[in-house]
Design a protein around this ligand. Structure first.
Ligand SMILES: *Cc1c(COP(=O)(O)O)cnc(C)c1O
Length: 390
């Protein structure tokens, strides 16, 4: 372990910025030279820290950033990022003015939002036209225009000199599933929709469709932009879609032993006494709990890693602490680091293991890690930054 500046909380997440940069570069090498990578850094960079991830991804060959909210875009602008920043989903009409002010690219799925933005640009005194991407719903049935509305939307944008048609895109519903045929159907609908635009003489803006699963399975990667999310972090989108060779997880979640104590046969551990020892053993206290995003549903099911050994979680995970079993033969002391998530080599569960135990996906595990876990940023083996929470 790399250690950390003194005074840091025992529970911390190490983020390897070289891994982020390298993951982006591996995707970059897979793509045609002309295609661009939009690094998706929504939800605080999938819990890793958006500004740090954005910087590493841009170094690795990404040229655009994608976020989910106007506030996330504003945060990046305030950090000084000049790259195009796209807000991927719908925004509230009342946010239109702020979207203009921070020069965010907006996804348009209906005429009402477009009209709200048209009102906002009239008063915003922009130095350049506001960039909009028309979103086409090809089967997700979440956000996006139906294929019968896109010519109208695109024309309204191109005929307004304070707006710019900067993209046309769609989003896959199930590209992370094995032998998925729906993605091909979505791609066919997307191509047909794009043909409608060329048929009426509109010049095509950059097109985009692929998310990580699309990139890894080579579906929708022949357009102008790909949207790289979960795989940028070195985590596969699902168990069925592996990463490319060389890609690796960027985050390791670590805690440190705060106390070691003996547990007698018959003792119970934690709230509601769900674990009862059948023979004498030892417990180790770790200062991490469900308020950190280490969910209570992991109680009695998960483990942490120590020198390649798996130490099971005993009983309930509390809000801020939990207890793991320290087998008799293991030498360990107060302050020793244990791997909570990320590095299978030291015995820790991977993000995928934790997701499986929580009956959810890897995305929810990562974005659930709370701000109060310090993020320690590593480049070339050295600490280059620390972000502490309260
Ligand atoms: C979140 C998101 C992505 C990234 O998805 P990953 O599966 O993480 O690669 C791409 N496009 C849109 C529209 C998104 O909302």
């Amino acid at each position: 372990m790399i250690g950390a500046p003194p005074g840091l909380r025992a529970t911390r997440a190490y983020v390897d910025l070289d891994a982020i940069e390298e993951n982006a570069r591996i995707v970059r090498r897979r793509l045609p030279d002309a295609s661009q990578i939009m690094a998706i850094v929504k939800a605080d960079g999938y819990g890793h820290g958006a500004p740090w991830i954005a910087e590493a991804a841009l170094r690795g060959g990404a040229s655009r950033l994608g976020v989910a909210t106007v506030g996330e875009g504003e945060e990046l602008r305030r950090c000084g990022f000049a790259a195009p920043i796209m807000v991927l989903g719908s925004i509230d009409h009342g946010e239109a003015e702020r979207a203009c002010r921070f020069e965010l690219e907006i996804a348009i799925g209906d005429a009402q939002l477009l009209e709200a933005l048209q009102r906002a640009v009239r008063v915003a005194e922009l130095s350049a036209p506001l960039a909009l991407h028309v979103k086409i719903d090809t089967g997700m049935r979440r956000y996006g225009a139906s294929t019968s509305d896109i010519v109208d939307l695109a024309r309204r944008i191109t005929s307004d000199n304070q707006l710019r048609l900067a993209g046309v895109f769609t989003h896959f519903a199930s590209a992370d599933e094995p032998e998925d045929v729906f993605t091909q159907q979505q791609l066919r609908l997307f191509r047909e929709a794009v043909t409608q635009l060329t048929d009426v003489g509109l010049a095509l803006p950059p097109l985009h469709a692929a998310n990580s699963a699309g990139i890894l399975t080579d579906q929708g990667t022949d357009f102008d932009i790909v949207r790289l999310g979960i795989a940028l972090y070195g985590v596969p989108p699902s168990a069925d879609v592996p990463l490319l060779p060389g890609m690796r997880p960027a985050m390791k979640l670590e805690s440190r032993i705060a106390r070691i104590f003996s547990i007698d046969a018959g003792d119970t551990v934690g709230y509601n006494r769900t674990f009862r020892a059948t023979s004498p053993t030892r417990g180790a206290l770790l200062p991490i709990g469900y308020a950190d995003g280490y969910r209570r549903s992991l109680s009695g099911r998960s483990w942490v890693g120590l020198n390649g050994y798996r130490l099971p979680v005993l009983g309930r995970v509390s809000m801020d602490q939990m207890v793991v079993e320290l087998p008799g033969h293991l030498l360990a002391g107060i302050g020793d680091p244990v791997g909570v998530m990320g590095d299978a080599a030291d015995g820790s569960p991977t993000v995928d293991d934790i997701a499986h135990l929580m009956s959810t996906n890897t995305y929810e595990v990562l974005v659930g890690l709370r701000r109060r876990i310090p993020r320690v940023y590593i480049r070339q083996g050295s600490i280059v930054g620390v972000r502490t929470g309260p």
